[in-house]
Write a protein that binds this ligand. Structure first.
Ligand code: ASP
Ligand code: MG
Length: 445
């Protein structure tokens, strides 16, 4: 059994859904469970429709037309999706009347995208003689807490899913097509995993069903060595570990939802990132034990970061100083990205500015605080056993370009080296480091 997840651009329109169904047909022998995202930019369109309803305008034309056209282009009858438009219209009217679009209502609103997608894809597969059934994830027992917009999986979901779908291994007469991204809480309210959350659904189903592989089908050839918008020579990484992939996702590589790998990683199930626009490409394999171990796997950058430097002589020989310092951030629910400490100072980075003034005031009560805006984190993910070699190459390149590193962090067992530079210099850094580690043949080997 495998899980195959298709993202929004893979099921954008009729033509793409035809390609996807061909890809599914080629994998039928492996008993795929399909997970789908909303068609193309439907999630954005639903959010826009919600905001318009708040302004007094109920209009679902764009969303309705796109889905009707896709269904018609595929030769499907539209009777199955029509009732959803009625529900959607009623919801938009409700938002308009009540002048309310809470995170709870927003989750309900965006859920229509994945629900429509599952119905259309399942109907088309069935028409192509691949009998399929659409499922809302909650029908398979995907339960979350009630943090709307960023819900967390409840542990009992694993058993529910295994009970609901596990038996399919024996009696396999249809292909399940499951909505990604959405779930329900214990009270039956619809929740979502946050933008890009369909990857998490795929990873969850894969772990619950103990599948042999989770395939995440995107519109790029896998995880790339760096952002192709900065370096056109960026190329796919063939193999990568779960830790490396999560560092990459966290430090700005947009290929995977940062938390989405966790269920797969905990169950040690291989994840393969593939391109539905180029299915012949092997893509990237993410696993617990990658066979290929080059020097550097990828270079990322996270832009627009704020650096805070906290200096206090009270830190000398004191215990509890770091605890009281992080308490301030915890109290204001600000998550800290990178941290480096010396005997009398702590430097850390944040990528959000909310509540910053209050934080600065509280920190100011017991330390001297310097704030630096407009920084970037340059992330180098690679083979920790060769860290000196990585750092040597990196610093030579940066020095040659007159770039000063303002903070460094490298964990003892971690594969990620984080360097803070000026945001205005980070593109140059990425280009030059990519050239050095990936384009220069001597190094890449
Ligand atoms: N449709 C949702 C989004 O656009 C979830 C996903 O694509 O994974 O964020
Ligand atoms: Mg999407």
């Amino acid at each position: 059994m495998i899980v195959m997840k298709f993202g929004g651009s893979s099921v954008r329109d009729a033509e793409r859904i035809e390609c996807v169904s061909e890809i599914i047909r080629q994998h039928l022998a492996r008993h795929p469970v399909i997970v789908v995202s909303a068609l193309g930019s439907t999630t954005n369109n639903l959010i826009a429709a919600g905001k318009a309803a708040l302004q007094g305008r109920v209009d679902l034309t764009t969303i309705k037309q796109h889905h009707l056209k896709t269904a018609q282009d595929l030769g499907l009858s539209v009777t199955e999706i029509e009732p959803l438009f009625e529900d959607l219209e009623n919801l938009l009217k409700g938002i308009c009347l009540l002048d309310e679009l809470s995170p709870k209502t927003l989750d309900h609103l965006v859920s229509f995208g994945e629900r429509l997608a599952a119905i259309i894809v399942a109907a088309y597969l069935t028409m192509c003689k691949i009998p399929a059934k659409p499922f809302n994830a909650w029908e398979l027992g995907v339960i979350t807490n009630s943090t709307f917009g960023d819900a967390e999986i409840s542990p009992e979901s694993y058993d529910h899913i295994a009970a609901a779908l596990g038996s399919l291994k024996q009696c396999y007469d249809f292909t399940p097509v499951v909505t990604g991204f959405i779930a329900k809480d214990k009270n039956g309210a619809i929740t979502t995993f946050g933008r890009g959350g369909s990857d998490l659904t795929a990873s969850l189903l894969g772990a619950a069903l103990k599948v042999e592989e989770i395939q995440v089908w995107k519109d790029v050839d896998g995880i790339l060595t760096t952002d192709p918008k900065i370096v056109t020579a960026a190329r796919p990484v063939l193999e990568i570990s779960f830790e490396e992939a999560s560092e990459l996702a966290y430090f700005g590589a947009k290929v995977l939802h940062p938390l989405s790998m966790q269920p797969a990683m905990n169950s040690n199930i291989r994840v393969r990132v593939k391109n539905s626009y180029n299915p012949g490409h092997p893509g990237t394999i993410i696993s617990g034990d990658p066979q290929q171990n080059g020097l550097v796997k990828a270079i990322t950058c996270k832009r627009n970061v704020t650096l805070i430097d906290i200096v206090s002589s009270r830190m000398l020989g004191q215990y509890g100083f770091l605890a009281s310092l992080f308490q301030v951030f915890a109290k204001h629910q600000i998550s800290v990205d990178m941290v480096a400490t010396s005997e009398i100072s702590v430097s850390l980075t944040l990528n959000q500015e909310q509540a910053l003034d209050a934080v600065l005031a509280e920190l100011g009560a017991f330390s001297r605080v310097n704030l630096g805006r407009g920084k970037a984190i340059l992330g180098i993910v690679g083979n920790i056993k060769r860290s000196s070699e990585i750092l040597d190459g990196t610093f030579n390149i940066l020095h040659a370009h007159g770039i000063n590193v303002q903070m460094i962090s490298q964990g003892a067992s971690k594969v990620n080296i984080g360097l803070i530079v000026e945001d205005s210099e980070v593109e140059l850094c990425v280009k030059e480091l990519h050239r050095y580690f990936f384009e220069d043949q001597r190094i890449a080997a």
